[in-house]
Design a protein around this ligand. Structure first.
Ligand code: AMP
Length: 216
């Protein structure tokens, strides 16, 4: 399968689209946010530093991100095709990533932008809650996936919690960072000729549009 670079603002639907592609096409899903959160959980010196940056909604240094990513790209499950979720976040990451895939003999694949309105993004983030037990995601503001009982997971009865960076201030910070640093990579891939846009308002719409690109 074609490797996919997903480019989108926070909560634009990268996670949801990735989940569908993993299930249907056996893609490996690589979220640099997840890689960083896992590293932060270790509680060592590096982990604590990462944790502080994540709380503020700022970007982690390229050195750390590339180290975690390179390790992940050596895993066997990425050979069938992978989705990059949350990476590259900056033009400099996009350029360095080009060199990395060349060196590793990996195909760059396609870059896909998910287009989702600002107000929708904000509600998705500020209202997002997750299950401590099974990781299921709900929302208390958008009217989509509202938990039936407040604070309790519909699927397993586990307790629901908020990610520490899912607050309004952090959202605005992350959105500003996205606009300033990530939007230029759209132009970068446009020039390369491997850029495509899809609409992010519904799951079905996203899947249908990306499948058209994959089967092209
Ligand atoms: P995400 O789960 O993609 O929303 O990422 C959560 C946080 O992880 C971001 O707000 C950043 O602090 C950090 N992060 C994720 N991906 C990157 C990246 N490619 N470069 C730098 N920081 C990142």
């Amino acid at each position: 399968m074609k490797n996919i670079i997903l480019i989108a603002a926070p909560a634009a639907g990268k996670g949801t689209l990735s989940e569908m592609l993993v299930e249907k096409y056996n893609y490996a899903h690589i979220s640099t946010g997840d890689l960083l959160r896992d590293a932060a959980k270790k509680g060592d010196e590096l982990g604590n530093k990462i944790s502080e940056i994540l709380k503020k909604g700022e970007l982690v240094t390229d050195e750390v991100v590339f180290q975690l990513l390179e390790r992940r790209l050596n895993d066997e499950d990425t050979k069938n095709g992978y989705i990059l979720d949350g990476f590259p976040r900056t033009l400099s990451q996009a350029k360095e990533y080009d060199l990395m895939v060349q060196k590793m003999g990996i195909d760059l694949g396609i870059a896909v932008v998910i287009d989702t309105p600002y107000e929708t993004l904000k509600k998705r983030i500020v209202g997002r809650v997750l299950c401590k037990e099974c990781g299921s995601v709900y929302n208390t503001l958008t009217g989509v996936n509202t938990p039936k009982v407040d604070g309790i997971c519909d699927k397993c009865g586990g307790e629901l919690y908020k990610r520490s960076d899912d607050n309004e201030e952090s959202f605005e910070n992350r959105y500003k960072t996205y606009e300033e640093k990530t939007a230029p990579i759209i132009d970068y891939y446009k020039e390369k000729g491997n850029l495509f846009f899809i609409k992010g308002e519904s799951k079905e719409q996203m899947l249908e549009s990306i499948e058209a690109l994959l089967h092209d």
